[in-house]
Design a protein. Structure first.
Ligand code: PBG
Length: 327
């Protein structure tokens, strides 16, 4: 045989230790953010039917859950609210004693080291399920901004460490930054859902948060999944308006967008591994069709490799457990 010329890549894969010392990307517990659904009422620990292992919790059941999250070593939670009553203007979102405000205060009192991130949106609190004020059948941009800024300020007053607006109105970062600064919260960072697509992967979340739009869809404010350059414009304007973190959502079908935003902009990058991405793995795992742990770790590594610094995921508790066991 004549002499073959080729490279031997397998040298670096020859043993577990060898593979470990050349591993380029890691998932750490410090990267994880766990979403919590807090419901008005008592004694509520209701599993979301399309999201096995995820619960709506009332305040009296919340400390146990946050205690577990904290002892696992997860540094942060993001809060969504399920109010008793909804109305046209989503008043529950910016009420000083709204369910999210109460949950924030309770968590900070009992677990001061836990970072509490408040999702800032109206859709869980409006009777029509849209993320802003409705007039003539459409979501109004500028009048919604006032209510969103008010929501952010009330969340900061309640003790939120980070404000995470997910509503996709134009100017929401500018409006919220100004609102926070004027109310004395210039030290509170904004984690902007800068690049949020109008995605079918949010389906199970809308069960969990009871926030399905009662008419139409969110396509006049959330982005078209076909667009890449528009994602860069969204990220750029949010940074100019004062965003401290940039988020891309969903994660799995948008890894190219995570990479591109990360390469162009110098801000901590957050990937939201959304509800549908959780449910499809859960369903396959429950059928014995996939190895849940292996698949979850592989997809979180993929998000980190694409450029995410932080990952919001319903798998956070499982991942922290697996990482703790591996030690
Ligand atoms: C609120 C909001 C949504 C999600 C996070 N914040 C739903 C939506 O935009 O319809 C989805 C999260 C998930 O699917 O896990 N605007």
């Amino acid at each position: 045989m004549t002499e073959l010329q080729f490279k031997r890549h397998r040298r670096l894969r020859s043993s577990k230790v060898m593979r470990e010392i050349v591993q380029e990307t890691h998932v750490h517990k410090q990267d994880l953010i766990y979403p919590l659904f807090v419901a008005e009422g008592e004694g509520i620990r209701r599993e979301v039917s399309s999201m096995p292992g995820v619960f709506q919790l009332s305040l009296d059941c919340l400390n146990e859950e946050v205690g577990e999250i904290s002892s696992l070593g997860i540094p942060a939670v993001v809060l969504f609210g399920i109010p008793h009553e909804k109305d046209e203007l989503g008043k529950g979102a910016y009420h000083d004693h709204g369910i999210v405000q109460k949950a924030i205060t309770q968590i900070k009192e009992n677990f001061p080291e836990m970072l509490v991130i408040a999702d800032t949106c109206l859709c869980e609190f409006t009777d029509h399920g849209h993320c802003g004020v409705i007039k003539d059948g459409d979501v109004q941009n500028d009048s919604s901004l006032l209510l969103l800024a008010q929501t952010a300020v009330s969340q900061a007053k309640a003790g939120a460490d980070i404000i995470a607006p997910s509503n996709m109105m134009d100017g929401f970062v500018a409006a919220i930054r100004q609102g926070l600064d004027e109310a004395g919260f210039s030290h509170i960072p904004i984690m902007s859902y800068a690049v949020k697509y109008s995605s079918a992967f949010y389906g199970p979340f809308r069960d969990a948060a009871d926030s399905t739009p009662q008419f139409g869809d969110r396509k006049t404010y959330q982005m078209n999944p076909a667009n890449r350059l528009e994602a860069l414009r969204e990220a750029e304007s949010d940074l100019e308006e004062g965003a401290d973190f940039l988020m891309v959502k969903p994660a799995l079908a948008y890894l190219d967008i995570i990479r591109e935003v990360k390469d162009r902009y110098n801000a901590p990058m957050v990937a939201y591994n959304v509800s549908g991405e959780y449910s499809m793995i859960k369903a396959a795992a429950q059928n014995g069709w996939l190895d849940e742990k292996a698949v979850v770790m592989e997809k979180l590594i993929a998000m980190k490799r694409a450029g995410a610094d932080l990952i919001i995921t319903y798998f956070a508790k499982d991942v922290a457990k697996w990482l703790n066991e591996a030690k």
